[in-house]
Design a protein around this ligand. Structure first.
Ligand code: 5GP
Length: 206
């Protein structure tokens, strides 16, 4: 093979997974990462303080997704430098997807799983129309409430805020037209299989 031969790498795609907190998005993402050989996780920056089981910037054993925890000042500086692909405020805290690692992974032929809320999802849709956007729905509002309560990570006031936020998010996702797929997460195994089919279909037709 000539030394200057260039092996063309097929650019990967951003896969946005959105949905109200408590719909099982993180479990879905962890399974997708486990099952898709060429998928990587995008580590978000956030000003939210870490929950007990979270460690900054690393994946815990069992692939529990985590964040890069930054101060409000650091977040603002990253924003000012244009480092985010998208960013949003959610229940009083800032969240953002650093652009650099996403671009690098895509150019290396990897798909990037981005678990973000709807404002961020619409920004990704506008900047990367070729991305795949999936919105995960709870089977019912009652199951969502039960799951959030079961997590025991939220105070009663926060739980109420997150439920109100969930109603708003579902409405925005439906009305915006930016999500191509809505998936009801009744059974984790089936939901993951459904999203794998979507990714396969969307990436094979390119
Ligand atoms: P949590 O505080 O429960 O980890 O996340 C709150 C919400 O923020 C979830 O809906 C999660 O998907 C979303 N989120 C996490 N990282 C990002 C991000 O980088 N950008 C945006 N827009 N939302 C994010």
């Amino acid at each position: 093979m000539p030394s200057d031969a260039v092996t063309a790498v097929k650019r990967g795609k951003v896969v946005v997974i959105s949905g109200p907190s408590g719909t099982g998005k993180t479990s879905i993402c962890n399974q997708l990462l486990d099952k898709l050989p060429n998928a990587v996780w995008s580590v978000s920056a956030t000003t939210r303080p870490p929950r007990k089981h979270e460690i900054g910037g690393e994946l815990l054993p069992g692939l529990q997704a985590s964040y890069d925890y930054v101060s409000k000042e650091e977040f603002q500086a990253m924003l000012d430098r244009g480092e985010f692909l998208e960013s949003a405020e959610y229940v009083g805290h800032m969240y953002g997807t650093p652009r650099g690692p996403v671009e690098k992974a895509l150019s290396e032929g990897n798909h990037v799983i981005v678990e973000i809320e709807v404002q961020g999802g619409t920004q990704v849709a506008q900047q990367m129309p070729e991305s795949i956007r999936v919105f995960v729905l709870p089977p019912t509002r009652e199951t969502l409430e039960a799951r959030l309560k079961g997590r025991k990570t939220e105070s009663a006031a926060n739980l109420k805020k997150r439920l109100a936020q969930a109603d708003g998010e579902i409405a925005v996702a439906r009305d915006s037209g930016y999500y191509q797929y809505f998936v009801v997460n009744d059974d984790l195994h089936e939901t993951v299989a459904e999203i794998m089919d979507i990714i396969r279909k969307e990436t094979e037709t390119q």
